[in-house]
Design a protein around this ligand. Sequence first.
Ligand SMILES: Cc1cc2nc3c(=O)[nH]c(=O)nc-3n(C[C@H](O)[C@H](O)[C@H](O)COP(=O)(O)OP(=O)(O)OC[C@H]3O[C@@H](n4cnc5c(N)ncnc54)[C@H](O)[C@@H]3O)c2cc1C
Length: 434
Amino acid sequence: MTGTLAIIGAGPKAVAVAAKAAVLRDMGIPVPQVLAVERTAVAANWQSSGGWTDGNHRLGTGPEKDVGFPYRSTVAPRRNAELDDAMLRHSWQAHLVATGQFAEWVDRGRPAPAHRKWAQYLRWVADNVGMDVVRGEVTSMGVDGSRWALRTEMDTESTTINADAVMVTGPGQAERSILPGNPRVLSIAQFWHRASAHERITAERVVVIGGGETAAAILNELFAHRVSTITVISPQVTLFTRGEGFFENTLFSDPTNWSGLTLAERRDAIARTDRGVFSSRVQDALLADDRIRHLRGRVAHAVARDEQIRLTLHTDRAGESLETVHGFDLVIDGSGADALWFTDLFTQDALDLIELSLGGPMTGERLQESIGYDLAVEGLSPKLFLPNLSGLNQGPGFPNLSCLGLLSDRVLGADLTESADRNSRRSHEHQPLR
Ligand SMILES: Cc1cc2nc3c(=O)[nH]c(=O)nc-3n(C[C@H](O)[C@H](O)[C@H](O)COP(=O)(O)OP(=O)(O)OC[C@H]3O[C@@H](n4cnc5c(N)ncnc54)[C@H](O)[C@@H]3O)c2cc1C
């Protein structure tokens, strides 16, 4: 377990891997050098600067599902108890104790923290473990011999970071919008920018495109604005509530039996518990607000006409595709989250290498089905860890915050040595990372 692991994005996944690597290193166990490349700041997507929240909305999962959760390490044979014990020093509760907030949090009934408090926690861990963060936006991913070459831009400067393995994190770009530049259409980032500036949104008919956590947070905020009706458009039959009982939660924290399920059973479990579903807290608020309705379908296109935005919707009805048109005064395009956002970064040589491992053109389905136990694309060297696409093969908790402690085990337990050895033999050809 040596070499360099570069992580695109310094969010919770990067912090979890960096924290476990630091603890293992302190225990004298060799680990790769972990480096996060971040375009904004550590935990940016949990603050208004990241464009996905104004920072005031609350975390859906419990904060005890922190960077070490579920504290059942397997990566240090015979020393896992010691590892878990050391990881507890980076837990949510350790953060509250260290910052004098623990008793108040307990006395208030252990509330879900606001996103910005979650960001403070993540930054606290990153600082404590001395996480290595390079500021810059990764704009392309190529291969250089047997290593990744990440082209990274910051202001006007461009550098190349070489690494033996790369892990991709994050949901993509919050700036995406179905009609860019139209003032009646807001991207996720534009919506949160207005909310953080305390700008009141006033409109008769508002539509939010997209289900899931992103749309849920937007709806939660919209309740406080002057809008007459809010329509949520998503492809699902209705707005499902996430099952948050013990059995559903266990699927997320403990993927032990996941790989024993058939593909159909796994897809069904994900559809019921994860994709496009709202947490019960958001659903309670939705029920209480009679301005909300749901429209089933996929938005095919949008045009501006007569001071309205007309959305054309495709809906499957009994095997036939039905096309309907609906007019709105304001559209909030909450569909920006895209687990495949990074695929635009690959250079042709990287794409060729990946398609060779996949045995065909790169599609979302092929990538998901190729993810191995270590959360990387099977058979691909240099390693490419894709936890956000690992749900189907490895367990639904890996793309989110449900088992960050297991995620770090799987990634740090991976064998990077093959490519690292080759690299050291060819080191005269390559620049060291930093
Ligand atoms: C509003 C909202 C609420 C959510 N609430 C929950 C919840 O309660 N529980 C849960 O389990 N999940 C929740 N999620 C899902 C959440 O996205 C994931 O669980 C988790 O945050 C993903 O962590 P991450 O480390 O992959 O990425 P993120 O925290 O999203 O971090 C990605 C980072 O990558 C950076 N970045 C992006 N592109 C580049 C680039 N090209 N170069 C360099 N840096 C880049 C960004 O600036 C960002 O800091 C929520 C999502 C949203 C949008």
